[in-house]
Every structure is written in structure tokens, then in C-alpha cells.
Write a protein that binds this ligand. Sequence first.
Ligand code: FCB
Length: 459
Amino acid sequence: MEHTALSESKDSLKFPDNFIWGTSTGGHQVEGGNKNSDWWVWELKGLIEDKTVSGRAMDYWNRHEEDHALMAKLNYKGFRLGIEWARVEPQKGCFNREVIDHYRRILQSLRDHKFTICLTLHHWVKPSWVADQGGWMNPDTVNDFLRYAKFVIDELGSFPDYWVTLNEPMVPAIMGNFLGRLPPHRHSIKAYRSVSKAFLRAHAETYHLIHSRHPLAPDGTKSKVGVAMAYPWIEPWNSPGLAGWYERIAAFITRRAAFAGWDYTIRTGKPHWIHGGPAVAGIQDTYDYCGINYYMRVSLKYDRQRHGQYRIDSTKAPPGIEVTQTGWQIYPEGLYRTIHSVWKRFRKPILITENGIADDTDKQRPRYMIEHLVQIHRAIQEGIPILGYYHWSFLDNFEWQSGFAKRFGLIAVQHDDPGLLRVPRPSAYLYSEIARKNAITKEMVEAHAPDLVATVFGD
Ligand code: FCB
């Protein structure tokens, strides 16, 4: 995890020599056919906004070779992918050998292409049998997860350069158990707390499992384990009067529930009031690097109609703020501020494990990408060790709530096209150029974010 100082140049923003230019995906969202899972069941119940089902998704399961060749052609250097628990262990205690061998071939192909591999062990989706036993609310589930994790670590542990134990654990904890907006649609503080603690335990024990069973990464250095943590930039709307007070308190609590409580526990080993006691054994200092998933700013506005959402509307953007097709506020400065606060908290190298935008026309994506990379560069220049950037996403994929309607890919894929043809969007080539040059040039900023030229290049 060497951090190289930046060389200065007047007409480009250079990144450190070993900076990882990667792309990111999640198993269920691209592989297709993840049938024995809870999400598959929810899809069939018509719970996805556009009523689609993941089905064969992008068929990455079968087309990975073609996809890896395309990534290599585009100069992408890193790839983040997930292992699906429901495929590996379709029934409790029964591991599927064909599946694990198939994952091994996928990882070997990535290794052959010399990609820096970032491997996620859990990206929200559970086997149906886990859901049937009560999901993360059932204390057995953590032990079940650890049995699965141990199996994967023993079988595939020689491949990952970076491990992600859990993807955005607090998102299903809050959205699924407290706000009822994702399956299993609960509205319960108790459920939020018990799921959060289960995730903390699962992370801590998986961290130690990886270090004991696979102490070395492929390059011979110590294994690097972390979490891809969602860090939305949360702010109160600042309405006048009492509503404003309510919003400030809501923002304070939401930050703690979404990431600050979790981070506190990892840093200190102590339980946070938001999750309640007791302490989770072995949790302290279980990050070798900090994974940041950053997309947006969220402004919390008092709305007395929203009973189910504790009278808070988190979907509105202040006037004049540009939003994406998912309605998410574009706020690149939030990434810079997040990097600073994560660095201050942990003093560990940072990996941007996700950042991207839903944009089928590719009108906003190039600018979004440049603006966020400029903020990353700014933080690197100030001395924060940032190891790499995994853009979400390589391909269009199946989105958790919105199905195929929202398109995050650098590469466009029509899910209903029989051939699932992959067509790179213009920003795929832009990203390719950035990766090739290991820099953002002045021309790129002039072309895609012209109002930044003066600030960035001082003209
Ligand atoms: C993140 C998820 C990822 C993807 C993006 C758009 O919260 O980790 O799977 O859905 O949002």
C-alpha cells in the first residue's frame, strides 16, 4: 500500500503511479440466475419498481471472458465483483462445488488479465433459506455466514488484492428494517439494532478469518480487508422554526445510524448508543483500508405527511442543485469532505469502492466523473493516501429498487436484447483515456466541466 507523491503539471492532474483505475459490480446485479436467493423471491412478487426481475441480468456468469477482454481493451486496471452466497450454499450446509469452481475460473481470468481484484463476500442478497430462518435477525445467521465465508476464503483466498467483507451493511439495516423501503420492509428500531450488530459481528469475525487463513495478498504483502461503506453526505434542509430543529436532529441521528456509529465501533471497539450494547468481540481496528461508496448529498426536510418515514422527506433537492435520473443530488464536494472525515477517523488508506451515476443518455456522466475525480485528486494532493477508484458500474445492471430502468454502466446493455450486446458509452472511452494517461487533462476538464478549469488549472 505504498503511496507515491504526485508530480506537478500545469495542464493535467496526475494521479499516483500505482493508482487503481477500476470498475465495480455486484454479483446478483450482473450474473443472472441467482435463483435461490431472497431478492429473486421479492422480484417474483412484483416488488421492484419497474416490475422487472433480474432473470439472466447481464449474463456475466457466462460472458465474463468477453467482459474481461473489453475491460482490458479499455485500459481498466481493477475490477470489483461479488460472490453470491445463495449460489455457493443453495441449501444450509451444502456447498456447490461447480459454482465455486466457476468462480475460480472467473477470478483466474481476471488474474490472467492482471486486474487488481476487489472481492465482495456479501452484497445484500441472502440465500432463501437464510431469509426463511429470519435473516440477520436470527442469531444463527452470523454463524452460517462465517461458515460460508470460511469456505470461500479457503477456496478462493489466493485471488483478492482487496477484500470487502460486506457491502454497505447499514443500507439494508436502515432501509430494510427501519424505513421499510427495501425488503424485508420492517419499521422497527429493534430490528435495525439487531441487524446492525449481526453485521458488526459478521465483519469482525470474517476479518480475522481472512487474516488467519490467508494472511498474504497475491503480491506478498499482508491481506487487505475492509468494508464498502455507504457515505451519503447528509444535511438538514434548514427550514425555518421548529421544522429546522427537527431536521437538524434527524440529520444528527441519521449520520450516526448510517455510518458514524459503525465507524466509531470499528475504531474504538466500543458499542455505540445507536446500536446498543454489548460490545462485539474483536471488532476494534478491523480495517486495513477504508472503502468508500459515495454517490450524493441527501437533504432531510420536515414533512408531516410522511408518517412511515418519521416525517422526513429525503428525496428533495434544494433549488438549483442538479440531480441524476435516480433523483440523487450531485455534490462532488461531499466526496472530498467524506474522504477527509474518514481519513481523520481511521488514518488508513482509502479505496473508493463505488461512485457513479444513473444516466442512460450519458449526458451527465462525463461531467460527474471528472468532477468527482477532481475532488479525489484534491484530497490526494493534500496528502491523503487514496489507493484507487472503482467506478460504479462497468455494465448496466439490475438495480435493487428500480430494476433495469436505471442505467449505471460505462457499458450500455439492453437487458431485453437477445444478444445482450455490450456497447461502450462515450464516458467508457473517457475513463479509458484517464486510466491510460493516469491523469485528468485540461482538455478533458474543458470539454466536460468547463467551469472548473479556472479553479483546477488556475487560468
Ligand atoms: C449502491 C449499491 C450498488 C448499486 C449502487 C447504485 O448503494 O452498493 O449495488 O446499486 O448503489
